[in-house]
Design a protein around this ligand. Sequence first.
Ligand code: PBG
Length: 333
Amino acid sequence: MAFPTERPRRLRDHPVLREMVAETRLGVMDLVMPLFVRDGGGQRRPIASMPGQWQHTLDTLADAARETAEAGVPAVLLFGIPDAKDAVATSGTDPDGIIPRAVRAVKAAVADLVVITDVCLCEYTDHGHCGVPVERGGRTVIDNDRTLELLARMAVAHAAAGADVVAPSDMMDGRVGAIRRALDAESFEHVPILSYAAKYASSFYGPFREAAESPPAFGDRRGYQMDMRNADEALREVRLDLEEGADIVMVKPALPYLDVVHRVKAAFGVPVAAYQVSGEYAMVKAAAREGWLDEPSAVVETLTAIRRAGADVVVTYFALEAARLLNGQKKRA
Ligand code: PBG
């Protein structure tokens, strides 16, 4: 069959028919909103490189969580910015640290919001790395196995405060298994792990490092985050995390790695998340601010593309904005 018998445009001209045959749905239920919370009171602080995003205090965090839930977004992902940082992330494993207190504040403010916590050392270390540094052969490297114990303790502290899901983002080998064992030993066997399974060393994390005050003080993260040139390796990373007990696997960043999202979904058929990271957000915001892109349609297009690639869950700083757009569309229809 070819033209003039076959005419793909037949299904495009009528707007309702076009809706009916759409292969991909983007729904509010697919979204997760990341939120930053800092120690200390006072005003929330705007994040310059991420217009519309804030470093919250515990008070404004509760308000932001309520606003997010009211828009229908089912989940938030919390990142902590502690007052005190040291070489071994002591403030990150404190059962009364910033994230445990934030989880309790959000839970007290909004009952049915899924609270996911970022589990990683970099927000809590004075050197900004996601693990414990050691000298080896004249170089400073990150000690994998010493880091595992700290990550496990952090995950337990978050679960004990009431986190619904823990999300390790450090890329140490074996951390999903270490966290799973520690959670189970403390009777948190019901708490799922969303692992950042294929997290690439990426220039698109730039604005986040300002937001979380966590740029590495020396070197970079290429000793533990994935090389952007590798996709087969992403499948190995995902397989290992699943074998160790990951419940949802995440690919990050999203848009430059849609091929990886697609391959992971096709190969494993498990729940897949994708993280539209700070730099992806900042790009759209900056271009929209200049009048070079229409922000609402760019937001919906990027999020739909991530869903089309195979992501079930999309973590995005646009979650609240997208939810409002999608809710508005529903009313009009
Ligand atoms: C690190 C972490 C990072 C992000 C989430 N968790 C930054 C990094 O690895 O440098 C990036 C998120 C974003 O850019 O939006 N624990």
